[in-house]
Design a binder for this molecule. Structure first.
Ligand code: AMP
Ligand code: ZN
Ligand code: FE
Ligand code: FE
Length: 283
């Protein structure tokens, strides 16, 4: 049973619609998939209908843009009841921050000789309520400034590059509490990828595990090399945290990692679902 617990659709910065994603999941041989668009639940109803048709189990997810000590941390929430005012307000605040930083990033791009007309960006954002740097990267590709998303991030958009403008992130502990209050299960996405290892030290992960608010950590992820995976898996085991694996798929031709390239064990998936059931979350 192949299970992929972290994917994106065109409702955030992926390129498959939620329905296409479910069809592609079935074609890739996945038995279960979680759609975890950035800071929005908007794709989940379409995904649920399409998952039935495709014969794939859908776990409802969201990837929350969180923050710890000023660093960006991504929190996966699974089985969250989508009607919780506190959580909805935080997600709305993140999405507003996403939109508000765009003019500054466009000004900076223009200043370095890479003007991106608003209508070109708008075409890549489509009707996503959650605009992100990958949309900007796709516009830069279309305009011939860079070859692909990777080059756009490495040269310009990554957190330590000149075009990057920070935005609001939900304080991590608040995010954990809100997901749990909404009946959900919590997994920190790619905790030791990019810059987040600095803030998510072993001591901090131990503290989060002890708080009882954190269910697991994403271990098998493309941003972790083999040594990092081994260390993180051992730590998760000693802290009693679940270890998941996932593709963080964003659609093909963009960031080339295929559905199911990393996967979650069925026992871990069942445990997450059983916790969500116990907490009154949504199956
Ligand atoms: P944003 O949501 O605007 O902060 O952009 C973050 C998204 O862009 C992440 O979810 C990844 O999909 C992608 N991303 C962030 N940093 C990088 C990077 N250094 N290289 C490639 N993709 C990245
Ligand atoms: Zn993304
Ligand atoms: Fe992420
Ligand atoms: Fe992601």
């Amino acid at each position: 049973m192949k299970i992929d617990l972290h994917t994106h659709s065109s409702v955030s910065d992926g390129t498959d619609t939620p329905a296409e994603l479910m069809a592609n999941a079935a074609a890739a041989g996945l038995a279960a998939i979680a759609l975890c668009d950035h800071d929005t639940f908007d794709g989940l109803d379409e995904a649920a209908v399409a998952a039935e048709v495709a014969g794939v189990e859908l776990l409802r997810g969201v990837e929350i843009s969180a923050e710890l000590d000023g660093e960006s941390v991504h929190l996966l929430g699974y089985g969250v009841r989508p009607d919780q005012p506190g959580l909805l307000a935080e997600l709305a605040k993140v999405r507003a921050g996403r939109t508000e930083r765009i003019p500054t990033m466009l000004q900076r791009l223009a200043a370095v000789g890479m003007p991106v007309p608003e209508e070109v960006l708008a075409r890549h954002v489509g009707d996503s309520p959650s605009v992100g740097r990958p949309h900007l990267a796709d516009a830069m590709v279309e305009l011939g400034y860079v070859a692909d998303r990777r080059e756009a991030f490495d040269g310009w958009l990554a957190d330590d590059r000149p075009i990057f403008v920070p935005r609001y992130g939900v304080p991590l502990r608040r995010g954990l509490e809100l997901v749990r209050e909404a009946g959900g299960a919590t997994v920190i996405a790619h905790p030791w990828g990019r810059q987040s290892r600095e803030v998510l030290s072993e001591a901090v992960l131990a503290e989060l595990a002890a708080s009882g608010l954190l269910d697991g950590v994403e271990v098998d992820h493309q941003d972790h090399d083999q040594e990092t995976r081994d260390e993180l898996r051992a730590l998760a085991g000693s802290l009693g945290l679940l270890a998941t694996g996932s593709s963080d798929y964003h659609g093909l031709g963009k960031m080339d990692h295929e559905l199911g390239c990393n996967a979650t064990a069925e026992t871990v998936y069942r445990e997450l679902r059983s916790r969500i059931d116990d907490r009154g979350g949504v199956a």
